[in-house]
Design a protein around this ligand. Structure first.
Ligand SMILES: Cc1cc2nc3c(=O)[nH]c(=O)nc-3n(C[C@H](O)[C@H](O)[C@H](O)COP(=O)(O)OP(=O)(O)OC[C@H]3O[C@@H](n4cnc5c(N)ncnc54)[C@H](O)[C@@H]3O)c2cc1C
Length: 468
């Protein structure tokens, strides 16, 4: 993986806009560039497009959309931006926050109107830190369905997606301008494809232990739950070209992955009344702060494990999510008619568990505050029959990456914008500040689709009219 300096490489093929990576960002970028009249080719290392996008819940936050208006939800990009900054303690890149929040609604409406991707609002609960219902999903409510629909739209536009094509190197000229890429095929053959603009949509470095050790050493020992093909190639090329890297210690973690089944258990359970206890049957955090930082909280418990405890009402809520239904089928969800039997299905000590539930009643009645700061007053208490899932924690994806300008062009260390290199999604810097606690639910797909669209459009437009 490197940069090859070249004057005149004899490229096997030549296209106008090349996209590396066929996840949500790459697909969106391809649609946008093609719509602007550019000839586009998407290169994907896997046999078929999946990426972290397919592993995700597919929930994309956007503000001021028509789907919100239809439900009477008043929202605005400014409110969305405030929520992002509140979660990131004001440390998210302000320009990028403004760009992505303002682009979010128009981007989803464009995907719906121009490319036939249907969206609907996810109702029923707010994810931590969101003050409005603004999570949009395709009808299936899964990331795999989102990516499949994007892929179908790309195919309908006649945009080729070349799979089993791993981009290994970039060819650049003496002015650092990208001339093309070198591609490795599974049979060992090598191709070189020329381009006028290159979009890096190959996500972050979650699948690269060396980079994790370097940029986020606190993650040592934590499982990675994202796509293993995300090896930090954008970072590697960016560093070699002198691109500014930002927020490299930021990441999205999750503190609710069914153990040992390895299936995401929706955080909606916690937001609507569920609690987490450790193996000693004690709560250990404010579950409402966010599922990302909860990864660290769970990691710090004995055996890096916890139990999600909730009731039948919340079980029904969970059943609205495909992952949860899968977890139930796999036997991860345990049920008990009463508190007495809880210990039998969880091995949690009865006396400690009983005390935890007595504490909850006190917090709910306002007799004393929760020492972790969660507000239980006026909320429904958990009622029998109870449900429980043993969970562990995981890294979902990294949030740091290549600095980008408002046109999604990468920015060099000297502050200049690169002439024809673009980045979006997990390859670019995120809007989560510098640490795990800054991740507001949906920040991942937010930058994937908005920066993808902006990169695609600008790459195509600037080929016609080179603006800098
Ligand atoms: C379990 C889970 C749940 C999540 N849920 C949500 C959610 O509900 N909402 C949300 O906003 N975010 C969510 N996320 C995060 C979200 O999945 C990512 O932020 C998003 O998918 C990033 O999109 P992307 O297009 O940048 O990357 P990806 O979808 O990962 O696509 C990158 C592609 O690039 C390819 N690639 C990499 N290197 C090369 C190379 N050298 N050559 C060719 N191809 C290459 C990869 O194979 C991959 O297909 C979740 C993540 C996980 C793991």
């Amino acid at each position: 993986m490197s940069i090859i300096r070249t004057q005149e490489e004899a490229f096997t093929t030549q296209v106008q806009v090349l996209v590396v990576g066929a996840g949500a960002c790459g697909m969106t970028a391809a649609l946008a560039a093609s719509e602007q009249g550019a000839e586009v080719l998407v290169l994907e290392r896997d046999v078929k497009p999946t990426g972290s996008t397919s592993l995700s819940s597919g929930l994309i936050p956007a503000a001021g959309t028509r789907w919100q208006q239809e439900k009477g939800i008043e929202d605005h990009p400014k409110l969305f931006a405030e929520d992002i900054q509140q979660k990131a303690k004001g440390k998210a890149d302000q320009d990028l926050v403004r760009l992505t929040t303002e682009s979010s609604g128009p981007c989803l409406e464009w995907l719906a109107d121009q490319h036939g991707i249907p969206f609907e609002i996810l109702e029923g609960f707010l994810y931590p830190g969101h003050n409005r219902l603004r999570m949009h999903a395709v009808p299936e409510h899964t990331g795999s369905a989102l990516l499949l629909r994007l892929y179908q739209s790309v195919q309908q536009r006649g945009i080729p997606v070349l799979c089993e094509a791993t981009v290994s190197d970039l060819f650049v000229d003496e002015d650092q301008k990208v001339q093309g890429v070198r591609v490795l095929r599974p049979d060992g053959s090598i191709e070189s494809i020329g381009c006028q603009a290159l979009i890096l949509a190959c996500n972050g470095y979650g699948g690269n232990p060396e980079f994790l050790k370097r940029f986020i050493p606190e993650l040592e020992g934590m499982n990675y739950f994202g796509h293993t093909g995300n090896q930090g190639d954008a970072v590697r090329w960016g560093e070699a070209l002198g691109v500014e890297l930002r927020d490299m210690s930021a990441y999205q973690g999750h503190g609710s992955v069914a153990h040992p089944h390895g299936v995401l258990i929706t955080w909606a359970l916690m937001m609507e009344g569920g609690i987490q206890v450790n193996l000693e049957a004690n709560r250990f955090s404010n579950e409402h702060q966010g599922y990302s930082e909860q990864s660290v909280a769970v990691f710090n418990q004995s055996e890096h494990l916890a139990w999600n405890l909730y009731d039948a009402r919340l079980h029904q809520l969970g059943m609205e999510f495909e992952d949860y239904r899968n977890a139930e089928q796999m036997g991860a969800v345990r049920t008990t008619p009463d508190l007495e039997n809880f210990s039998k299905i969880t091995s949690l000590q009865h006396s400690s568990l009983k005390q935890t539930f007595l504490d909850l009643a006190d917090f709910q009645q306002g007799k004393r505050p929760d020492p972790f700061g969660r507000d239980f007053t006026g909320k429904l208490l958990l009622e029998p029959p109870y449900h429980a899932v043993q969970v562990s924690c995981a890294l979902f994806h990294t949030q740091g990456g290549l600095a980008v300008n408002p046109h999604a062009q990468v920015v060099l260390k000297d502050g200049e914008s690169h002439p024809n290199l673009y980045a979006g999604g997990g390859a670019a810097q995120g809007v989560s500040g510098p640490a795990v606690w800054g991740y507001l639910s949906g920040n991942g797909l937010l930058t994937a689709v908005t920066l993808g669209r902006i990169a695609g459009e600008n790459a195509a437009i600037r080929i016609r009219v080179p603006l800098n």
